[in-house]
Each structure stands twice: as C-alpha cells, then as structure tokens.
Design a protein around this ligand. Structure first.
Ligand code: URA
Length: 210
C-alpha cells in the first residue's frame, strides 16, 4: 500500500460528523456520535481484510463459509482522544485486542514523547488499527506508527475523523505504506496546532473537560 488516503464520504458519516462539529453539540451527544461514526467507519477501514473458508454446519446442511483469516485484530487508541473511537470499533470487533499508546508533546522541544505503551506480548502477524480522531500536525501518529512497526504486524492502518493537510503530508512522508482513513480533510492548522474548521479539542469534547 502506498500513500493511500481513504476519504470516507458515506452520507451518514458526513451527516454525523457535521453534528459533531457544531459548537452547541453537548458532551453526551458528542460521545454518542463519535461512537456511531467509529462503527460506520469500521466497515471501510477493514474492507480489505483477508478471508479464508471454514466448514460450518447450518441448520440445513454443511457449507464452506467465509471467515476472517488470521489472528484477532488489535485496536490501538492514542491516549486520550483515541479512546473515544474505541467503543464503536469494539462493537464491530468485540473480540479485538486493545493496545494503548500514550504520547505527549514536550513543551520545550515541541517534539512528541511516548509515555505509555501496553500491548499483548506479541503483535507479530496481526492487523493493527491505530485510532486518533484528529490528524493535526501528524507528529503523534508518526511516533505511534514508528513504535508499532517494530512489532512486525501483518498490517497497520490509521483511522481518524478529521485530518489537516499538514498532518496528512507529515504522516505520508514518514509512513507512505500506512493507509489513512478519514471522514474529512479540513482547510488547515492554526498557529496552536488546531484544525480549522475542525471540531475543537476532541479529547475535551469526549471527556467533558472543556
Ligand atoms: N487535537 C484536537 O483535539 N483538535 C484539533 O483540532 C487538533 C488536535
């Protein structure tokens, strides 16, 4: 896979994203929407997962049926806003494993620093989906993928709701082999690294820390 940006234009996703963008949307509504959009996007993000055939017995007869091939997928939310997408993804993939990665921006150097990583012992051969609602500067996503690439996964995908063109460029420069799935590419970043028009601080809106 090379430099792939999947823009998810499904009308229901677009409608719900517009509701999320509104300043007047409450924390309760925002949380529900982020979860619903994650569920809807789950289909697109996993559209190319490989299948294999398994023999099963229906109430009528034996058949060869398609099932997902390989180990369970691993969802990797970037703390803390990525947690907002987790619940919706887990509704579609209830047996997925979850790995957490925490990254903060050092105020002096402005560089992203990993402060937490907890995953099952081996991610080798698994399909990983990195979750963060906002691809802003792209720096956290780049560091997270740097970390995940060491794990020899079968595939890595990055899923967000809103991306800035700057973040897409930065991410694709470092990881041209990792596809991005997003519901929107917005106009630009402001001087504080927020996406315009965006939806504000996704973590604050999910966790009610406004
Ligand atoms: N993180 C957010 O939550 N919002 C932005 O606009 C940029 C980064």
């Amino acid at each position: 896979m090379k430099n792939i940006l999947h823009l998810i234009r499904h009308p229901v996703v677009q409608h719900k994203l517009s509701l999320m963008r509104k300043k007047t949307t409450s924390v309760t509504e925002f949380r529900a929407l982020v979860s619903e959009v994650a569920m809807l996007m789950a289909y697109e993000v996993t559209r190319d997962l490989p299948l294999t055939q398994e023999t099963i017995i229906t109430p009528m007869e034996r058949m060869r049926a398609p099932v997902l091939k390989g180990e369970k997928i691993v969802l990797v939310p970037i703390l803390r806003a990525g947690m907002g997408l987790l619940d919706g993804m887990l509704r579609i993939f209830p047996s997925a494993k979850v790995a957490h990665i925490g990254i903060y921006r050092d105020h002096r150097t402005l560089e992203p620093v990993e402060y937490y990583f907890k995953a099952s012992k081996t991610l080798r051969g698994r399909d990983l989906i990195l979750l963060d609602p906002m691809l802003a500067t792209g720096n956290s996503a780049v560091v997270a993928v740097d970390r995940l690439k060491g794990a020899k996964a079968r595939s890595i995908r990055f899923m967000c709701l809103v991306a800035a063109p700057e973040g897409v460029r930065t991410f694709q420069k470092s990881h041209p082999d990792v596809p991005i799935y997003t519901a929107a590419v917005d106009r630009k970043l402001n001087s504080r690294g927020y996406i315009l028009p965006g939806l504000g601080d996704a973590g604050d809106r999910i966790f009610g820390t406004l």
